[in-house]
Design a protein around this ligand. Structure first.
Ligand code: NAD
Length: 337
């Protein structure tokens, strides 16, 4: 990344899994970084190495509070908007949570950007916006035939707002649609769910669905690299630019389970709940077309199997991050109906 592409960045949700990895990277590249987070699912441990850095500051508070955002955004040239309810699976239990924490928070972020004169935003969207697409690998301009989750629908609404602000106010909007991300500080998703289950009972593993769901994952370091490649390409350009971030590989859920059981040295009895979807909104096949991000000269450096391995090594060394983290996402859900 050119050191000039980002001078002072605010990362909303910067104490979370991906945001804290991005914060480390931007500081290493010479930028000033302001993290805004209320630590509902983020962790102080993830920012420990940055706390005393002269180019790092933390604004602790709720992103839905415009006063908190004003304090965090003033003087920034980029906002990396990563704050969200990032838990896809339980949307139907609390239909307001994705609306509030994803769509309304993004609307608030854009308004405070306008008020504070910040003109560039990178947004962490998701491959879930494609619902169950008809084209594989799925390119950015594929139709959206069916929304299958409140999470995906709320993120798609955010994308629409970012595009409208970019068009209406000449801002720069970069929308990155991630596949599932793995790596150091990974705290939610099915790799940690399986890991946690097996740590508690190595003799039995429950898998939602038939295990034949085909998923795509990206290593967090590759994800951060790709975000910064987009920023580098579009800094100063008005408009909205959409990129899929993923790999050309896919993996069956049963195959990821095999890697996890072999890492842990266990041979559990495996019970599939059945059906081609693990839950409402689970896509049986995720495979994004990544030619557009590759055209910027980026490519992933790590395979899916290696990314799962890095994640498991990190979970082995950081028990705090998997033992109670599921409870944090449950508490967040409990606060909304
Ligand atoms: N992890 C993935 O596989 C994945 C895939 C696609 C998209 N994304 C998107 O990437 C972004 C980051 O995801 P993540 O995996 O790092 O999630 P995460 O839960 O680790 O991080 C989200 C952060 O936002 C903070 N936060 C949430 N609501 C807040 C609020 N109202 N005020 C202040 N802080 C708040 C949390 O404390 C947390 O630190 C999210 O927007 C998510 O939707 C993630």
């Amino acid at each position: 990344m050119s050191p000039l592409a980002v001078a002072r960045a605010c990362i909303t949700g910067g104490a979370g899994f991906i945001g804290s990895n991005l914060a480390d990277r931007l500081i290493a590249a010479g930028a000033e970084v302001v993290v805004v987070d209320d630590f509902r699912t983020g962790r102080h441990e993830f920012l420990a190495s940055l706390r005393d850095h002269p180019r790092f500051s933390l604004v602790e508070g709720d992103v839905l509070d415009p006063g908190v955002l004003e304090q965090a955004f003033t003087g920034c040239d980029w906002v990396f908007h990563l704050q969200a309810n990032a838990d896809v699976r339980h949307g139907t239990e609390h239909p307001r949570l994705d609306l509030e924490q994803n769509t309304l928070s993004t609307s608030g972020v854009l308004e405070v950007m306008r008020a504070t004169g910040v003109r560039q935003i990178l947004f962490s969207s998701t491959g879930s916006v494609y619902g169950e697409p008809e084209v594989f690998p799925t390119p950015e301009d594929a139709p959206f035939p069916q929304q299958t989750s409140f999470y995906g629908a709320s993120k798609l609404a955010c994308e629409g707002l970012i595009e409208a602000y970019s068009t209406g106010f000449g801002m720069t909007g970069v929308v990155c649609r991630f596949v599932s991300i793995l790596g150091e500080r990974y705290t939610h998703g099915h790799v940690v769910d399986f890991y946690r289950q097996l740590k508690r009972d190595p003799t039995h593993l429950g898998i939602l669905g038939d295990g034949k769901q085909t998923k795509s994952y990206l290593y967090v370091v590759d994800c951060v690299d790709a975000m910064l490649a987009c920023v580098d390409r579009h800094a100063g350009e008005s408009g909205c630019f959409v990129y899929n971030l993923g790999t050309n590989e896919t993996i069956l859920v049963d195959e990821s389970v095999r890697i996890i059981t072999s890492h842990l040295g266990v041979a559990p009895e495996i019970e599939h709940s059945g059906g081609i979807r693990g839950w409402i909104g689970d896509s049986p096949l995720i495979h994004l077309d990544t030619s557009r991000i590759r055209s910027l000269g980026w490519s992933p450096r790590v395979t899916i199997a290696q990314a799962i391995g890095h994640t498991l090594d990190w979970l082995d060394d950081n028990e705090y991050a998997w033992r109670d983290q599921g409870t944090r996402y449950q508490e967040q859900r409990g606060s909304s109906r």
